[in-house]
Unconditional design. Sequence first.
Length: 320
Amino acid sequence: MLISDGGDWALRRWQHLDVHRELRRLADNGHGVVDRAEALAVAEHLVLDRALAGGALVRVCPRTYLDRARIGERRARLAAAVRYGGEGAALSHTTALEVWRLPAPVDGPIHLVVAEGRQPRGAAGLRVHRRRGWEPADMVVRDGFPVTRLERSIVDSWPLLDRGLQRAPAIVAVSERRTTPGRLRSALAAVPRLAGRRGLAQLVGLLERGCRSALELWGCERVFTGGAFDRLRWQVPVPLAGGTVYLDAVDPDSGVNLELDGAAHHAGPADRERDLRRDAALLALGYTVVRFTYARLTTEPGTVRREALAAMSRRTGRIS
């Protein structure tokens, strides 16, 4: 009898080890994620409870668990949130910006959007947004994750971002030609009650004028405003021998090209040599290039403004 009991105990022990291997297989196949329903399809409640109590699996969302070895992986946590959300759920807001590889904080909560009436609720580190009229067509797959479309991600994130970062996603997306100001404006129109929408609408307006960097936005808003500056054309494409270049701001009446030189691309000797060659090529086409550094634009806006106006007044119209 004792031998039989011992044999039965050993058999049950090995069976449980087999079941644990099944939980491990589920986790490995699911990027570290296991949901309760699939776990109970291969293991008894007691086995799952022991895996949770022992820390092999960690509860990260209701009925959704993560392999302890991957608890610190951001992608694994995103996968867990999507699994918890179920069919039709998508990463949204600043989390979607992260997946789109646009400037966004990566230490905040994960944002998930689902259709209105769905049951998923928020949890620690997870915010669930229920959206009326939400359809699968409103999301795309990016880097393996379902996410809201790029333009809607930028719009939704606007009220959540700190002031210093708020404009960056839209500026980067437009400057890299991943979207257009017009598409951003359409996405903004779909969210009429967005907190702070006036500020985003103003940014889109500046992007529509042609501004493509934070420094250009500064110049357009703080320096080159009103009067003769209203006729400036921003980001004007000009074909040169080495390819098309984009001029920061051009006065079509005088042919003056105002260049706003940020430190990132105009700091070293090689940058200076490149700028000189480009300026000479533009001069041959009838442009006069006037350059202003970041330091001067931000600390001497009045002086920069006067110098720009003087340059524009001395030239006669040669650029159509």
